[in-house]
Ligand binder design. Sequence first.
Ligand code: TYD
Ligand code: MG
Length: 508
Amino acid sequence: MARRRTIYACTHCGAQQPRWLGRCPECQTWDSLVEEAARPDPTDGESLSGEARDLLEVEGAAGSAKPRRLGEIESRNTPRLSSGVAELDRVLGGGGQGYAGPPGGGGQGLAGPQTGGFVPGSVVLLGGEPGVGKSTLALQVAALVQSRGEPGAPGGALYISGEESPAQIRLRADRLPASASTDAVQVLAETRVESFAEPWRDCAPSLVVIDSVQTMRTQRIESAPGSVAQVRESAALLAATAKLHGTVLLLVGHVTKDGSLAGPRVLEHLVDVVLGFEGDRNHAFRLLRASKNRFGSTQEVGVFSMGEAGLQGVANPSELFLAERARDAPGSCIIPLVEGTRPMLVEVQALVAPATYGTPRRTTIGIEDGRVALILAVLDRRSDVDLLSRDVYVNVVGGVRVSEPAADLALALAIVSSALDLPLPPDAAACGEVGLGGEVRRVAQLGPRIREAARLGFRRVLVPRGVGAALRGIEGCESIEVADVAEAVSWLRGSRAESASPRSSKRA
Ligand code: TYD
Ligand code: MG
C-alpha cells in the first residue's frame, strides 16, 4: 500500500502546494490553504470500489478512443430539453432563430424547435448566495421537466439533496405552483457520490439535481466534504456520469458575497453552463444570468419574483419595478437599462441632505460607490449645484443592481432633483454616460431602451446629443438631446417652470 501523501489546497482558487503557506502563491489570498490528502493515482484501478468504477465507465472508454476527422463528424442539432421554466430556458439559449429543429421532428420528450432549454448530457452549475432561491428553482425545474409526460419520454428528474431531508423537500414542494407535479420527482437524501450509480441507472432520469455540490463526497479522496478537492472530484465524477448517460446534470453551488467558498470557482472550467442567481433576499426580485454558456449566448437574463408559491417568471420587469413609484417626488429618475438583450426600466432615488457632521456621508445601495462619487464630483465642478458639503444617499428601487454607465445621466438628474427639491416630470426618463468633463456620451442599444420607455408611457427621454435622428421613428416618445450635465440641469429647471407646479412655488 502506498504511503499517504498530504498536500495543501487553496480554498479560493484550488491551487495545490506541497507545504503550508500563509498566502496562496497563485491567487495571493491570505490564510486560504488547507490540508488535504493527495488524490490517489487514477490509473490505479485497485483503489476504486466497484460502484466508483461504474460511475467512471466513461473514463475507461476514453482510453480506447480514436480521433476522427472533424469533417466526418455528423453535425447534429441536438434537440433541447425544456426546463419547463420559460425564463430559465431563455438563459440556457437555443430557442428562436438559427435553430431548425431535429430532422425527424423530435417527439422523444424533447422540446420543439422554438424553445430553448438544456442540452442533453450537459452540466449546469447554478451558483448563488444562500437563501436566494437556488433549491426552489432546482425543485421547480425537477418537477416541471417531469410533468410534461410526453409518450416515450426518458425518466423525469432525480433530486439528490445533501442539505435537506426528504420531508423538508416535500414541504417545499407543497408550496410550489400546482403545475409542478411533485409525486413524479424521485428524491434521494445522500451525499456519497458512489451510491448514486444504482438509482441513476434504474430511474434513467433526464435531469439529475445535486443540491448542493459542496455537500457531496467521494471515496476516492480522503479530505472532508466541502473541501476543494472533494468538491472538484465529486463534480468530475458526476459530470462524467451525466455525459455517459446523456443526463442533464444541474449542480447547485453556494457562493458567498466575495465568491470565496470552495466550489463554484473551481468548478467553472468543468461544467458547460455557469448560471448565477442574484437578488436581494429582502426583495422578491431575482435575476438569473449565464456567465459561461457553451451552447448559447451569455447575453440573456431571466427575471423572477419569489412569492408565496415559489419562483414566478416576470415577463414585464419594468412594470414590476415601477409599480410603487411616487410620481411627483423629487430625487427620483427612471433609467432604461438593458440587461443582455432585454430592456427594463428601473427607478434610481437620491436624497441630498445637509451634512450634520464634519465629513458628508455618501451611502449607496444597488449602485457602485465609485460611480456615485464620480457623478457628484462632476456635478460639483461642471454645474452650478453645490453638493460638496451635503450628505448624499442613493438607492436603486427593487433590489436591482445597476452597473451600466448608461445610468449616469439618470443618477445625476436624481441627485440634482433632490438637491434643488425639483421633481422630474413624471413622464421623463434619462439615459447616457457622463464623462469627467461633464459631457453626456452615447450608450449602446438606445433604440430598445427608448421603445421600452415609450411602451410604459414615458413621453420624453433625455439622450446624448446627436442621437435624436436615429430615434425619430419611435412613436410617442420625444428625445431631448443634452450635451452635458449643465444642460440637463437647466432642462430640469425649465421643465418645472413650464409646468408651473405648485411645489416649486412652495420653496420660494
Ligand atoms: P432556497 O431555495 O432555500 O434558497 P437557497 O437554496 O438558494 O439557499 O430559498 C430560500 C428562501 O426562499 C427562503 O427565505 C424562503 C423563500 N421562499 C419563498 O419566499 N417562497 C417559496 O415558495 C419558497 C419555496 C421559498
Ligand atoms: Mg438550498
